[in-house]
Design a protein around this ligand. Sequence first.
Ligand code: SOE
Length: 387
Amino acid sequence: METRRVRTAIVGTGFMGRVHLEAVRRLGFVDVGAVVGSSVDKARSLAGAFGVDRAEGDYRALLADPDIRAVHICTPNSRHFAMASAALEAGKHVLCEKPLAMTSVEAAALARLASAKAIRNATCYNLRYYPMVQQMRRMREGGDLGEILIAQGTYSQDWLLYDTDWNWRVEAKEAGPLRAMGDIGSHWCDMVEHVTGQRIMSVCTDLATFHKTRKRPKRSAETFAGQSQNAVGGGFSDAVVDTEDFGAVLFHLGDRARGALTVSQVSAGCKNRLTLEIYGTRASAAWNQERPEELWIGHRDGRNEVVIKDPALLAPGAAAYADLPGGHTEGYADTFKQLFRRFYQSILDSHAAPEYPQFTDGLRQMRLLDAALASHQRRGWVDVAAD
Ligand code: SOE
């Protein structure tokens, strides 16, 4: 009888590796067979904290293991292509953190390979799956907002505000040429296209690197390490920074709509502030990741509303992303659970349509990043390459 369980592995032991491991363990039908780190010691540390028996220092040790059917790639971006390619070639289903790769050329190759192998593949644009983001999408699909005229917002954080804040994402050789835009801007762009059902067609972008150099710690610095990192001993060395702290993007959305986005990792007090505002011909909707259970609805001829997440009151397609009743907050970690549940259910049901962002969606965002960088370099409008 076919087993109704999947055995997977987590590759990467930093912030995202831990977030993925915790979310996978909440599914109930997925077992974590191994944790892989850049060293066996780092792998053992995370594996031991979660009762995972196997710890490896090289992801290739998993590829020959027939019991490992899927892998999560939660490593720095520079390793995504090699790891995802090898995993796909070994017949493993792959869930890769965003951005999918270092370039759209790499991303296109991954999308082609996944398609050729007919293997389940996902790019971790998990922020789509807050219940109230799904409510925005269902309202748009139902015509409640009318025709979209404007989309605007920001994704702002402050964990890289000081020149003593450091992370692998700061270095282009580890993260790719765009940091704020690639790391969090791509989340926002994926979300606006997912919610509106329209494509960003062209962009006019201005990037800024406020800290031209940063203090690189002689010991590794975890994501969001911030203040604790500043306090860590070991000293610093000066490093030239080749990625942006800030980006401003004007864009055309679909045939008619217009939009504006700012992205920052140096905005004091913004801990993880993704805001999305959609203005339509009938009504508006606005959402803030720092108040995830609330959705603001704007009206011209009636009272504005603030809707609080209560599955009993949401559109069915949105309620499917809420596991808890009203008043029981679901947040950041839950969005990973919602995406992963659908990913693993599609592994068990080979006929299921993928209800999650795939490598093709990861490629889409890489092409958007290409256009944003080219626009900044040319100081003018650039069309986004078609899929
Ligand atoms: C750091 O900016 C980060 O961890 C991103 O890499 C994640 O994708 C985002 O969800 C939270 O912030």
